[in-house]
Design a protein around this ligand. Structure first.
Ligand code: PHE
Length: 530
């Protein structure tokens, strides 16, 4: 290779002459790039120890534009002018010389050639001429050679400079006064033999192998020193959030900015009591049977249900009615409430938190308004299809305060959904066992220009809140949204199996950009997919 050719050239030169006195000169003599030579020198020094390098600086001439032109013309302007004049003593008009050598060269060359006494000038006066209505003199300048022949000393200097050769002091002065070159400081190396000098590079081992250990060659082999400064291999696969989690972190931000606190949702398993009964969902309700709910086998029943009287309150409101409600009037069975399940909604978490608010109020007589949210997994025994899986994420939220109305909830949704880029909302009456009134929320998809269902909401019923011990006049606005739905829309994924599960293309975690819900310009569904 070129590098090893250069390497052996360097080694042979150092061997022959004992040193290379100037790496820059060496480079130009051998027609190689100095940078490349320095690379070879360093690699022969470092690790190998074959060479010793000494840093030096020197000043060198660098040709100006005018100097470069002389180099490419292979002559100074004064010589070009001299050469343009006939050698037989004949006169030539100055303007003709200008045509031959060009105006720029003529301008500089004329003066120098006259000063050097290489050429002489003569004026010839012809008949006056009219320019417009004025009479003008008609003078022609004629040139002739004065010297037999000339030598181009300045070109020789420039040629030497271009080859990196040293030039005498008076020559340097000429270059400077005529602004043909300027001086520059450059670095070069003096190259001498290093402790391991040899004409050829020894093959060094990089790592010890079992073979070396077995045949004993490790004792005599030379090893390359480790380079602890070397950069590690870049790991392209570090720290990428799954698209679903990218969207989740963006929703989290919106809630936190709006002053919501995050609920702890780290228990996927729940008792039917907290998932259904506390939410005033009757035990015969279809969602509770095996078609919709995953029941746990081990442990199949809850270790503990509330023993502080709350369970009896729940039983009463279901079986007989209380707090002004007629209830469902059926035999409420605690065995049914004990059944362990995978939570079917995070409203099970909200229920527990509300009960804590009730306990606090019962104990202290104090009530503090609260705003809560959570985004976590829920499980439903559904047949998976393009848009449904048996587990998905719910975005849950509630506002607990006195004097809240449905208007407050609608206002809250306007603010919240505006922040995620949905500005047009519609509501449709709905039914949940635990809310009254209940509303489904529809949002105008800004780009598809169609209405899509984005969530379900309502005000928690007194049958749910009063057994918990909350103050009579406290209202709880609550809602549940899907995380998968906006994420699929955001990243333009049509099949949920492309987003979650074992068929997912892992690369998308790296390629999909951070989810921005574009709260400012409402382009929530803009095309980010590459
Ligand atoms: N839990 C409901 C669901 O699973 C959502 C909801 C939460 C509705 C709170 C009203 C109030 O869809």
């Amino acid at each position: 290779s070129q590098t090893s050719d250069l390497e052996s050239l360097v080694l042979q030169s150092v061997n022959k002459d004992g040193s290379i006195s100037n790496s820059r000169e060496f480079a130009s003599q051998n027609g190689v790039d100095h940078e490349k030579l320095v690379g070879v020198l360093n690699s022969l020094k470092l690790g190998a120890g074959m060479l010793e390098l000494e840093n030096k600086t020197e000043s060198v001439f660098k040709l100006s534009k005018e100097g470069e032109k002389i180099l490419s013309d292979k002559a100074t302007p004064e010589v070009l002018v001299f050469n343009a004049i006939p050698s037989n003593g004949e006169r030539i008009e100055q303007s003709k010389v200008k045509d031959i050598v060009g105006a720029d060269v003529e301008k500089i060359g004329m003066g120098n050639a006259v000063k050097n006494k290489w050429i002489g000038t003569e004026k010839k006066e012809g008949e006056p001429i009219m320019v417009g209505d004025k009479v003008k003199k008609n003078i022609t300048v004629l040139l002739y050679r004065q010297a037999e022949s000339v030598t181009d000393a300045v070109y020789d200097i420039i040629n030497n400079v271009s080859q990196g050769k040293q030039i005498p002091a008076d020559a340097a002065k000429t270059l400077k006064t005529r602004k043909l070159a300027g001086e520059e400081q450059v670095k070069y190396f003096v190259v001498t033999k290093g402790p391991n000098f040899a004409l050829e590079r020894k093959q060094m081992q990089t790592d010890i192998t079992s073979e070396m250990l077995a045949n004993g060659s490790w004792k005599t082999d030379e090893f390359k020193p480790y380079n602890f400064q070397a950069l590690g291999r870049r790991n392209e696969w570090n720290g990428y959030l799954h698209p679903l989690l990218k969207a989740r972190s963006e929703f989290r931000k919106v809630f936190l900015e709006m002053g919501f606190s995050e609920m702890r949702t780290n228990q996927f398993a729940a008792s039917s009591f907290w998932n259904f009964d506390s939410l005033f969902t009757p035990q015969q309700h279809p969602v509770r049977d095996a078609h919709d709910t995953f029941f746990l086998r081990n442990p199949a029943t809850a270790h503990s249900l509330p023993t502080d009287g709350y369970l009896e309150e729940v039983k009463k409101v279901h079986a007989e009615g209380s707090h002004g409600s007629l209830g469902y009037r059926y035999d409420w069975n605690v065995e049914e409430a004990k059944k362990n399940i995978l939570r079917t909604h995070t409203t099970a978490v909200s229920a527990k938190i509300l009960r804590d608010v009730g306990i606090e109020y019962q104990k202290t007589g104090k009530f503090t308004p609260k705003k809560y949210f959570s985004i976590d997994r829920v499980f439903r025994n559904e047949v998976p299809d393009a848009t449904h899986l048996c587990e998905f994420h719910q975005i849950e939220g509630m506002v607990i305060d006195r004097g809240l109305s449905l208007g407050d909830m609608i206002g809250l949704f306007s603010t919240f959904f505006e922040r995620i880029g949905i500005t047009e909302l519609k509501y449709k009456p709905a039914f949940n066992p635990y809310t009254e009134p209940s509303m489904e929320i529809f949002g105008k998809h800004p780009q598809l220009n169609s209405w899509i269902e984005i969530g379900n909401s309502g005000m928690f019923r007194p049958e749910m809140l009063l057994p918990m011990g909350l103050p009579q006049d406290v209202v709880v606005l609550a809602w549940g949204l899907s995380l998968e739905r906006p994420t699929m829309i955001k990243y333009k994924i049509n099949n949920i199996r492309e987003l979650v599960g074992h068929n997912v293309d892992i690369e998308m975690t790296r390629l999909y950009p951070m989810c921005r819900l574009d709260r400012e310009d409402h382009h929530v569904l803009s095309d980010y997919r590459r």
